[in-house]
Design a protein around this ligand. Sequence first.
Ligand code: NAP
Length: 314
Amino acid sequence: MKAIAIRTFGGPDGLAVVELPDPVPAAGQVLVDVAAIGVAGADTLIRSGALAAYGFRAGHVPGSEVAGTVTAVGDGVGPEWLGRRVWAFTGTGGGYVEQAVAPLADVVQLPPDLSFVDAVTLGSAGVVAHFGLAHAHFAPGESVLVRGAAGSLGIMTVQLAARSGPVSVTTSSPERGERLRQLGATHVLDRSGGSSAGWDVIIDVVAGPDLPSFLDRLNPNGRMVVVGAVGGQPPADFGVTMMAAFRRSTSFATFSSDTVSADDRRAVRTGQFAAAERGELAAVVHEVLPLEQAVLAHRKMDAGEVFGRIVLTT
Ligand SMILES: NC(=O)c1ccc[n+]([C@@H]2O[C@H](COP(=O)([O-])OP(=O)(O)OC[C@H]3O[C@@H](n4cnc5c(N)ncnc54)[C@H](OP(=O)(O)O)[C@@H]3O)[C@@H](O)[C@H]2O)c1
């Protein structure tokens, strides 16, 4: 089968089209004939070499989120899965392929009218958005800032939070701000946040050097939850800012969906796929490209020009 592998770490041109043997599902796994693949920020980070410490080697196949049709099942998986349209998580790699294997625990059947492209746009991001807000103990009516709202995580967080209260966003252009308003944002700020302040909850996709300045703008009892770090690490002494605001009882936390059980992830994903099918959640697809153009997809990601998600198709 055709796949995309990292030949050399660094720029997008280090990605190459390769031929790999068709995989065989192991016990507890399904084989998916892949139709659509989500291109994630983590894929570009791995390709750049920034995560070399985690042991990624040349030949690594990036991608973690696919959708398609089950064509074979491993031992212990019921034959009723054959022929089902599914979304599947392949792990920290193995997604940029024509045939993917995934453990059944990370496979969700799709509703009939949800497209494969929309499924890989919503599947991972929706779960992070849902449980990130829950981790922040977000309650209806509270004010939220979504920092770094123009990516797939931010767009889903905006849509979920906007169901019950005011949502501020940071973004780099008025055009993006307008699109975020259409998705539910009520206040559009530039990346610095300007002079705005006073949020009960901040969901932060960015982290980076400006994190303390946002932490300092929480309301009393406010909570900041970092779900991504596209702006890099925060200053090592950011806790000093929190301690200086001791009497405002603010909180800081990180959140990873790795700490959510597979059953809970599946339940939320199933509900979100159904909501998208009913038109209650929008899947924001930046562009659809053929699998062979993964290099172009990564160039666009690196250039920061992606609003929502790029999807590769086989
Ligand atoms: N917590 C979890 O379980 C989980 C799961 C999957 C992924 N992640 C993490 O989520 C992140 C990717 O999420 P994503 O795909 O939604 O993000 P993204 O699209 O890569 O970035 C989100 C937005 O942040 C803004 N931005 C980029 N660099 C910035 C900077 N230096 N300063 C300020 N704003 C900046 C950009 O919008 P503007 O240009 O409009 O400002 C960008 O569209 C990664 O860090 C990944 O590791 C976390």
